[in-house]
Design a protein around this ligand. Structure first.
Ligand code: ADP
Length: 435
């Protein structure tokens, strides 16, 4: 038994003994004993209440008891309180350090609770999103009424979206902001906001330039093509050097025309100016049309071109867009596959109910380091195009754009020397029916 228990026990027994002795001399031993016990219980209850109140308070001074069991309990509480205080101070210091770090961060940072209420934000976030200090604690979706932004906030998607700055009315220097939402802590989110006005303007200037230049070049090229055709027709058959040169010119003019048409198509897709018609299309019909178009091309290279018609899916999509996508991929498969190679085109539904259009070839393949860049504009694999002067490097960029317009994606797998597999994946919402 330690000292504190002995101290309590001594108070109880000495008090009880003294009271009983007094009672004994006065002839009321039992009553005095009982009275002492009641008084003792009240006394201990008061001490307990006093300890409880002090333990509840944040004070680390005025310890109510020094001695006995209550003194020891008070010491335990004091230690716990001091630890809590230290932790709170460390936490506060860390928070302050985080805030001062984030306040010099050049981009906007907003900390959101699980219900999307603003917990904290730096000055840049206020400037870029047109928010005020007094907006802290408010639900951000109700302050920023922007459909795409609200989608990011609702879904908590981590991929960045570029939207018009909600602060555009008050600050014309910021027109476009990129917003990214990241998970933070247990169920909070971190909203990162970046001013992308200059990048977006530069990109728009580039797109406008390409679109305008392509438009301007279209007419002169048509005129040149007409003259070359006319000259070729009027060149004597025995004048080999001249007709050979003219054929070369014609080839180059045709290549430029293809490039201009593809650039104009990309410009249209960039501007979102392409009508997203939602006709129903049978994949079988597409395959039959493409087989007719490409069978003779494949035969010229003694290749086997096979369309698998086992799965017939009816899609809700833009027919011309799907034809463009498949034409590009089949033309590439034929082009980048050697003589007597094998090309297979198929349509399947995967476990998620997505439509998978596959174009598989036994061609030269593409090394892994090029795969991520294949859909960039003008990107061509140098080793696959050493001898080849045709091609523009725009086909796969168009394919990617068209698929994205249908909420789809392009997946590429390839092994050098074995062949490539291009898969166009469309979401289940694009399946009108099967069979
Ligand atoms: P291009 O007009 O050059 O074919 P694309 O954008 O269609 O442009 O393709 C980009 C590049 O990807 C091509 O230059 C080629 O190097 C490579 N490529 C595309 N499809 C295949 C394929 N089936 N096999 C091998 N390489 C391919």
């Amino acid at each position: 038994m330690n000292m504190d228990w002995k101290y309590e026990r001594n108070i109880l027994f000495t008090g009880l003994l003294a009271t009983c002795l007094l009672g004994y001399f006065l002839g009321y031993t039992a009553w005095f004993g009982l009275a002492f016990m009641v008084a003792y219980a009240v006394f201990q209850f008061n001490r307990l209440q006093q300890l409880y109140r002090w333990a509840q308070s944040s004070s680390v001074s005025d310890v109510p008891f020094e001695m006995g069991l209550f003194g020891q309990l008070a010491q335990y509480f004091l230690r716990a309180k001091k630890q809590q205080l230290t932790l709170r101070e460390v936490g506060k210091a860390q928070r302050e350090r985080f805030k001062s770090l984030v306040s010099v961060y050049p981009d906007g940072v907003v900390i959101l609770s699980s219900t999307n209420s603003i917990q904290w934000m730096n000055d840049h976030a206020m400037g870029l999103l047109g928010l005020k200090k007094s907006d802290r604690g408010q639900i951000i979706d109700q302050l920023l009424r922007h459909p795409r932004l609200n989608k990011v906030l609702k879904l908590g998607t981590e991929s960045a979206v570029v939207v018009e700055s909600p602060a555009v009315d008050s600050n014309w220097a910021v027109e476009k902001v990129e917003v990214r939402s990241l998970p933070y802590g247990d169920d909070a989110r971190l909203l990162l906001v970046r001013d992308v006005t200059r990048i977006e303007r530069a990109s728009q200037v580039r797109k406008d330039f390409i679109s305008n230049a392509s438009h301007e070049l279209r007419t002169p090229l048509t005129v040149m093509k007409g003259y070359v055709e006319m000259l070729l027709a009027s060149t004597e058959a025995d004048n080999q050097p001249v007709s050979h040169s003219l054929q070369k010119v014609e080839q180059q003019v045709l290549k430029m025309q293809t490039m201009i048409e593809e650039l104009l198509q990309l410009s249209k897709l960039d501007e979102g100016g392409v009508e997203n018609s939602k006709a129903t299309i049978k994949v079988h019909d597409l395959f039959e049309q493409l087989e007719e178009e490409f069978q003779s091309v494949a035969k010229n290279k003694s290749q086997s071109l096979n369309f698998d018609l086992s799965e017939n899916v009816v899609l809700t999509a833009n027919k011309n867009a799907l034809l463009t996508v498949l034409r590009n991929l089949i033309a590439n498969a034929i082009h980048y596959t050697e003589i007597e190679g094998d090309i297979r085109v198929s349509c399947t539904l995967n476990d998620e109910g997505e439509v998978v259009l596959t174009i598989k070839d036994s061609g030269r393949g593409i090394s892994a380091r090029h795969l991520a860049r294949l859909t960039e504009r003008f990107y061509r694999v140098p080793e696959n195009n050493v001898m080849n002067k045709g091609g523009t490097g725009l086909g796969l960029a168009i394919v990617k754009h068209e698929l994205e317009r249908h909420e789809g994606r392009l997946q590429i797998k390839s092994t050098v020397g074995e062949g490539s597999r291009f898969q166009c994946i469309l979401p289940p919402s694009r399946v009108a029916r099967r069979g």
